[in-house]
Design a binder for this molecule. Structure first.
Ligand code: NAG
Ligand code: NAG
Ligand code: NAG
Length: 421
């Protein structure tokens, strides 16, 4: 009873806080903006004035260092670069000729990075403090499809690797074998075989879902059940924006989830960044290299984008063509729901305790529990009525009825998430 009342009150407080949170202002961003465009609930702004690393080949993958702040690792073809963002200093970690083409990597701990040497069909450990490389899985220059011990396993043009932070296992897109491989402990296994070649792979650690791009498709896999859900229904390459049942992509590569319902996809051969909204069930495009009949952000000229990296909060760095990295800022054009606080857990009391004990640690001296409950219910009712009045008033005053409903829906979503309903 008490927990329920407390939950109700906390929900009410959350609704009020969300209700009065101002919609984020874009003015600061606007000053640096070159192009901007609103897609569904999100405003995207392309910012070009930032120092960028000196890149020699195409940028296949980038990651913020897990161990050091302000440090980014960047794979541009045959090199792994360590880039210090504030100073712009960069050092090449790998030796020349050591790798044929690094298309993906993942930090497995503070000192070790697992690198995918795609054209050599093998995976290598890279020890950052000593800059030394050792074979991790497969056999370099020998392709095949073999499961088993990491060093006896064989891969064929593996592309990208993504880490499950919970158990430390890694998912690998084994593009030549049309397979998703699982690397767990000392073993490599085939998690699932697809009818198309997997490219980019991204594990959403929060929602325990795997996102995969293939030559023509964008799918979600639940690793617990191996159930595949197509996010775009088309199975042919092409370019179409619109509903998920209509949209088409052409050799999409990296994937980055930036909000609960919004996923960015680097649509390489369409020279565009695609915005997949799984709430509105739509695919939109930004940053095209095609100049015709498009609004300004669509002309920001992405040439074969490959990699997407979370670059400080509210921005994504887009890599691909060596000469043109783009920094994309975005603003969610609605208030972000405040995380719902968990009600404090009270220890369970054995049934033999007295009624006074059951009423908890409140300053309840003398009044019987039933009176307390009646008072609490009255207070809660008055509170809820007040909240409803406040919300209705703010809706009327600010003419934001639809937005508030949306916020309320989102908040209640979060609330039920917390209660595991
Ligand atoms: C990091 O991971 C590598 C590869 O699994 C392992 O050899 C190394 O001992 C680990 N280092 C630390 C500090 O945990
Ligand atoms: C793989 O082949 C390249 C040239 O084709 C060669 O330079 C390299 O040493 C080979 N690596 C291994 C491990 O055999
Ligand atoms: C980079 O893009 C330009 C056009 O913007 C293109 O001419 C050039 O070939 C591209 N470079 C690479 C390495 O793809």
């Amino acid at each position: 009873m008490w927990n329920k009342l407390l939950n109700l009150l906390l929900l009410a407080v959350t609704i009020i806080i969300v209700g009065i949170t101002p919609v984020a202002s874009d003015e600061d961003l606007e000053q640096f903006a070159v192009y901007s465009k609103a897609v569904n609930d999100i405003k995207f702004v392309v910012v070009t004035d930032f120092t960028q690393p000196e890149i020699e080949e195409r940028v296949w993958h980038m990651e913020e260092s897990d161990a050091e702040v302000d440090i980014y690792y960047i794979a541009d073809g045959s090199r792994l670069i360590k880039y210090e963002d504030s100073s712009g200093d960069q050092i090449t970690l790998t030796a020349p000729g050591e790798f044929t083409q690094i298309t993906g990597f993942s930090q497995v701990n503070d000192t070790t990075i697992l690198l995918v040497d795609s054209l050599s069909h093998c995976l290598k450990w890279f020890d950052v403090p000593s800059s030394s490389t050792s074979l991790a899985a497969g056999s370099c220059n020998s392709s095949g499809h073999v499961d088993g011990e990491l060093l006896t396993a064989r891969f064929s043009t593996p592309r990208q690797v993504t880490r499950n932070n919970q158990d430390g296992s890694l998912y690998l897109s084994d593009s030549g074998n049309n397979a998703i491989r699982l690397l767990a402990g000392e073993l490599a296994s085939t998690m699932i075989t697809l009818d198309d070649s997997p490219h980019g792979i991204y594990y959403d650690n929060r929602h325990k879902q795997l996102y995969v791009t293939t030559t023509s498709r964008f799918i979600r896999i639940n690793p617990a059940t191996n159930i595949v859900t197509p996010l775009i229904e088309s199975t042919t390459v092409g370019f179409k924006d619109g509903g998920l049942n209509w949209a088409q992509m052409n050799s999409p590569f990296e994937i980055k989830k930036i909000a609960r319902y919004v996923i960015l996809v680097a649509d390489t051969l369409n020279n565009r960044l695609r915005v997949v909204n799984t709430r509105a069930d739509t695919v939109s495009s930004i940053c095209s290299s095609d100049d015709e009949d498009l609004t300004s952000i669509d002309k920001c000229n992405l040439y074969q984008p490959l990699s997407l990296m979370r670059y400080k909060s509210g921005a994504v760095l887009i890599g691909g063509n060596s000469s043109e990295m783009k920094l994309l800022n975005y603003v969610l054009d609605r208030p972000t729901p405040v995380p719902f606080p968990k009600p404090p857990m009270k220890p369970m009391k054995p049934p033999t305790t007295t009624k006074e004990d059951l009423s908890g640690s409140t300053s309840n001296t003398g009044s019987s529990p039933s009176t307390t409950v009646v008072i609490a219910v009255s207070v809660a009712t008055v509170g809820v009525i007040l909240i409803v009045v406040i919300i209705s008033l703010s809706c009327l005053l600010y003419k934001r009825a639809s937005k508030s409903r949306y916020v309320l829906e989102l908040t209640i979503d979060v609330y039920f998430d917390q209660l595991n309903l």
